[in-house]
Design a protein around this ligand. Structure first.
Ligand code: PGA
Length: 260
């Protein structure tokens, strides 16, 4: 796993947006896996700036969702489809027809989960998957003790995650208890995983992910199994990394032509 320590969230957003731009230059119809939450917003703003400046062409880019709440009505402003349309697709000018995700409003939730894995496979898989990390070490909504081989399925949120996400709703009671999430096995099939973590609240989860044992208790530690995983952290989120100096030196010595 490659660890890149950046000064702040904006620098992380710039770095990752540049990697996405490089990918779209090589493969204009790349499938980008996008994530919700506060952390990836600097990536989306940096991408938007590139599109507005004319240095990034997203006219064939495809986008897919990592996870979705179960039970919110279609079009609910906090459903992840709506959030991503608002934060990513519309600012970049990518039409909804090139955006796929799991149907959290389906009658048959188990069927919707299987259908989404099939849809991802039929689309040729994910080229670059963006990930955040929960304070409990989750990726997507794979909460602690998720199977490291899991596929897209329904999960029950921990109370911690519901509390963390309550800021997007009027009250904690409105935060759904259930979600559909790409499984850890599904996520590991993406060709490049890029996790961004910022702020001291993520420092412990980052240290366990990068330097701890591979463990279902810390779902993000599954990135250790991936041949091309990049973890971008700001100084605050890097605070508990024992090998921080080594990671800094390794990245500083990286050939300039090599992108993350
Ligand atoms: P956050 O969410 O970026 O809003 O902290 C991350 C996550 O829960 O995966």
């Amino acid at each position: 796993m490659e660890i890149v320590i950046v000064p702040d969230a904006a620098a992380g957003g710039e770095l990752i947006a540049s990697a996405i731009a490089d990918l779209l230059t090589r493969k204009p119809d790349a499938m980008l896996g996008v994530a919700t939450g506060s952390t990836p917003l600097p990536i989306y703003r940096a991408l938007e700036a590139k599109v507005k400046a004319g240095s990034l062409d997203v006219s064939r880019a495809r986008v897919c969702q990592l996870d979705e709440y179960v039970g919110l009505p279609v079009g609910h402003p906090e459903s992840y489809r709506e959030v991503l349309l608002r934060e990513v697709l519309q600012p970049l000018g990518i039409p909804g027809e090139r955006f796929i995700g799991p149907d959290g409003a389906a009658e048959d939730i188990a069927g919707a989960a299987t259908a989404y894995d099939q849809e991802l496979a039929a689309a040729g898989g994910v080229d670059l998957q963006l990930l955040g990390i929960g304070t409990d070490g989750h990726i997507g909504f794979n909460e602690p003790c998720s199977s490291l081989a899991s596929r897209t399925r329904i999960k029950t949120l921990t109370e911690q995650t519901r509390v963390d996400n309550a800021r997007f709703f009027d009250s904690l009671d409105e935060v759904p208890h259930h979600v559909l999430t790409q499984g850890i096995g599904t996520i590991l099939e993406a060709r490049h995983l890029v996790l961004l973590a910022t702020g001291e609240a993520k420092a412990e989860a980052v240290a366990q992910t990068v330097e701890g044992p591979l463990s279902a208790l810390v779902p993000a530690s599954a990135l250790q199994l991936h041949p091309h995983a990049t973890v971008v952290v700001d100084e605050a989120a890097a605070a508990r990394l024992k090998l921080a100096d080594y990671f800094r030196a390794t990245y500083a010595a990286k050939p300039s032509w090599q992108s993350i």
